[in-house]
Design a protein around this ligand. Structure first.
Ligand code: PXL
Length: 277
């Protein structure tokens, strides 16, 4: 396949870098065609005090029919923030487009800081588990990992606690896992589980909280994998991209909670890391 393509299903939040507004530019900058289906259009993400949400379920339903024989072959299908009512439709879309060799990558994108995002409940966790059963690779953060495995959440994301979550996550189906938000000796990063083999990809901790960093990480991770990097290297590249973006937030005084990671300025170093530039 000369032209690599990633299909991604997540929301379009007009303001506040996250979901499609970080996924599409990251995938495209990597030299990969990005096909994004919005799972909803929001005025802004839900960490703002108020937002509007327009369900785009009809768009999800229409794609297989309208694309017909023109549907590209996807190197990866990457799901992010979905409304609970859309998960079964997303699964049927996956069944239409997942071929042999298509990586199904699921980022649950539904919780952080010990809590589910507004509007999600137990039913959403059950729906995510249905997606996990079919996934080749998942990327939960520690909060999502705890909620999805019924493990009490703790603030301390040390190596031992994170390692204890991996077999529980693997029992939900996927053979490959990248658990983000792991802390060790003043550094932060991800724990990589590749068919039972565990490694750590750690980075400098930038003390800046931001929404959308998980989406940025996942978009870089899946792009690096499609470009042929192994899972550990892809997680390392994705972590460095997030850290470099947050360093720009710090430098420019941009509030990461509302406006997300300032990734635009980190794209050149990301591409050098990917060896695309
Ligand atoms: O980055 C996760 C995310 C994605 N999409 C929407 C969100 C959030 C986190 O708050 O609100 C709409």
């Amino acid at each position: 396949m000369k032209q690599k393509t990633i299909l991604t299903l997540q929301d379009y939040s007009c303001l506040g870098r996250c979901s499609l507004t970080v996924a599409l530019p990251t995938i495209s900058a990597s030299g990969i065609q990005a096909v994004g289906i919005p799972t909803g259009v929001l005025s802004n993400h839900t960490a703002f005090p108020e937002w509007t949400f327009d369900d785009t379920l009809p768009c999800l339903m229409a794609c297989p029919k309208n694309w017909g024989e023109h549907a590209p072959e996807f190197s990866a299908i990457y799901t992010g923030y979905l409304a609970t009512s859309q998960v079964d439709m997303a699964l049927s879309l996956i069944h239409s487009f997942k071929k042999e060799g298509t990586l199904l990558f699921v980022d649950p994108a539904c919780a952080d800081g010990g809590e589910l995002y507004p509007g999600f409940g137990e039913e959403h966790l059950e729906a995510m588990k249905r997606l996990f059963q079919e996934a080749d690779l998942i990327k939960p953060n520690v909060t999502e990992a705890c909620l999805l495995t019924a493990t009490p959440y703790q603030e301390n994301h040390d190596e031992a606690f994170c390692a204890s979550l991996l077999p529980k996550l693997a029992s939900l189906g996927p053979k490959r896992i990248v658990l983000s938000g792991v802390q060790k000796e003043g550094k932060v990063g991800s724990m990589v589980y590749d068919e039972g083999k565990v490694s750590l990809a750690l980075n400098t901790l930038i003390p800046m909280k931001a929404h959308g960093t998980g989406d940025l990480f996942s978009s870089a991770l899946v792009s690096a994998l499609v470009l042929g990097k192994d899972l550990h290297e892809a997680a390392s590249i994705a972590g460095r991209y997030v850290s470099a973006s947050l360093a720009f937030n710090q430098q420019d005084g941009v509030d990461g909670i509302l406006f997300g990671p300032e990734f635009e300025k980190a794209i050149p170093s990301f591409l050098r890391d990917l060896q695309v530039l």
